[in-house]
Design a protein around this ligand. Structure first.
Ligand code: DSN
Length: 423
């Protein structure tokens, strides 16, 4: 018999921490571009008995018995991912976006092989060749950045580097770049040098699923993504390949190369999210994410705040904090905003004179705040409140915080609180 007493009864200390974080989530405006709030259905699936099953390998080819049901469930998740996004081979097992990328590199490359990707300090991701990450330690990354004037990716520069260095993989994708990617141009560069074209769509796959942004699966050989950002699903990663043979190689790159047994409760939560993202309401949600980002960007510009590239085409924007206060770092700005009820992260901006643990910028994204229910008016007002909080004297923050908390309390992601459906 399992112990069927509640978390609160068995472990009040841990339950207290869940309650505390529900309180935190319900009392701030959430602008971390990579976070979101999952539905009750996703929470139930991730809290299900699928957490108990070991199932190394892939459906129909397991190293354990008793896998008939997880096989059925994993196949359902794969089919839903392909139905939602296109492609021919889906791998829903990666524990994270980093491990999705690792699976692709391990499956398709040898250590030391060349990859062309975007610089972390200009908008790329740790796994796109940072020297402090496995990617930069195991592979020979060549990096493109952005044009100094336009602050946008210069496709001529990408092409020049590709032709000069002949990488085996051309990688597009970002964690802090507010503009569209030119998939056609990347594709033609990859074709010109016979490279694989890979897109890391971790940040924006939800907007692709909601048909608010162009679909990289229509252009790339391989697309990796996370399932918990704009897609609003269980925490984890996934890979879609447009070729069965490439997909099979990536399977090996994941298991046994990178991971052992998968997290079947998380895969169940991904399956639910793929289902939710296929509903018409998700397309509406995706459009609202973009409209809310536009409303914020426009208000920041009106307030005299400099945005990297001057605005955004997607769900995120980068603020140059020096345009508000020459002396303030991104880290100090993020801490001050957290103290008044706005949660975001400090982030390097292109050619940032500050080190990555201080930075001159903050990153703002609208997927989570849109799930909270804030509309364009509230997002514009929050942009003004952010600007005011960063311009104000420390002693004058109380009325700004009061208004931010008022907005946050009007739009709690989990109004039932704990133990409600969050428990
Ligand atoms: N770097 C994380 C982010 O964008 O917040 C994702 O890995």
């Amino acid at each position: 018999m399992t112990d069927d007493r509640s978390l609160e009864t068995v472990d009040p200390e841990l339950a207290g921490l869940v309650r505390k974080d529900v309180g935190r989530q319900n009392s701030s405006v959430h602008l971390i571009a990579s976070e979101n709030f999952v539905s009750r259905a996703v929470l139930q699936a991730t809290g299900s008995v699928f957490t108990n099953k070991y199932a190394e390998g892939f459906p129909g080819r397991r190293y354990y018995e008793g896998c008939a049901v997880v096989d059925e469930m994993e196949r359902l998740a794969q089919a839903r991912a392909l139905n939602l996004l296109g492609g021919v081979h889906a791998n829903v097992q990666p524990h994270s976006g980093a491990q999705a990328n690792m699976a692709v590199y391990f499956g398709l490359l040898q250590p030391g092989d060349k990859i062309l990707g975007m610089r972390l300090d200009q908008g790329g991701h740790l796994t796109h060749g940072s020297p402090v990450n496995f990617s930069g330690r195991l592979y020979d990354f060549v990096s493109y950045g952005i044009d100094e004037q336009t602050e946008r990716i210069d496709m001529e520069e990408v092409r020049r580097l590709a032709v000069e260095h002949q990488p085996k993989v051309v990688l597009a994708g970002y964690s802090a770049y507010p503009r569209h990617l030119d998939y056609e141009a990347f594709r033609s560069i990859a074709d010109e040098i016979g490279a694989i074209f890979m897109v890391d769509a971790a940040h924006f796959i939800g907007l692709v699923a909601g048909k608010a942004l162009p679909n990289p699966v229509e252009h790339a050989d391989v697309v990796t993504f996370t399932t918990h950002k704009a897609l609003r699903g269980a925490r984890g990663g996934a890979v879609i390949a447009n070729d069965e043979e490439i997909g099979k190689k990536i399977e090996k790159g994941l298991f046994p190369n990178a991971q052992g047994g998968s997290l079947y409760n998380q895969i169940a939560g991904k399956a639910v999210a793929f289902h939710e993202a296929a509903q018409p309401a998700f397309a509406d949600y995706s459009q609202r994410i973009l409209a809310n980002a536009q409303a914020m960007a426009q208000r920041f510009v009106e307030e005299g705040v400099r945005l990297v590239t001057g605005g955004t085409d997607n769900h995120l924007m980068l603020l140059d904090i020096r345009s508000i206060d020459e002396e303030m770092t991104g880290k100090a700005a993020a801490k001050r905003l957290d103290s008044v009820g706005v949660t975001l992260n400090f982030n390097s901006i292109p050619n940032d004179p500050q080190p990555p643990f201080r930075t001159s910028g903050v990153r703002i994204g609208t997927p989570a705040s849109t799930t909270q229910g804030l509309g364009t008016d509230q997002h514009a007002e929050v942009a003004s409140l952010i600007t005011a909080a960063l311009r104000a004297d420390e002693s004058a923050l109380d009325p700004i915080e009061a208004r931010i908390r008022e907005i946050a309390h009007a739009f709690p992601p989990y109004p039932e609180g704990f133990p409600g459906y969050v428990g």
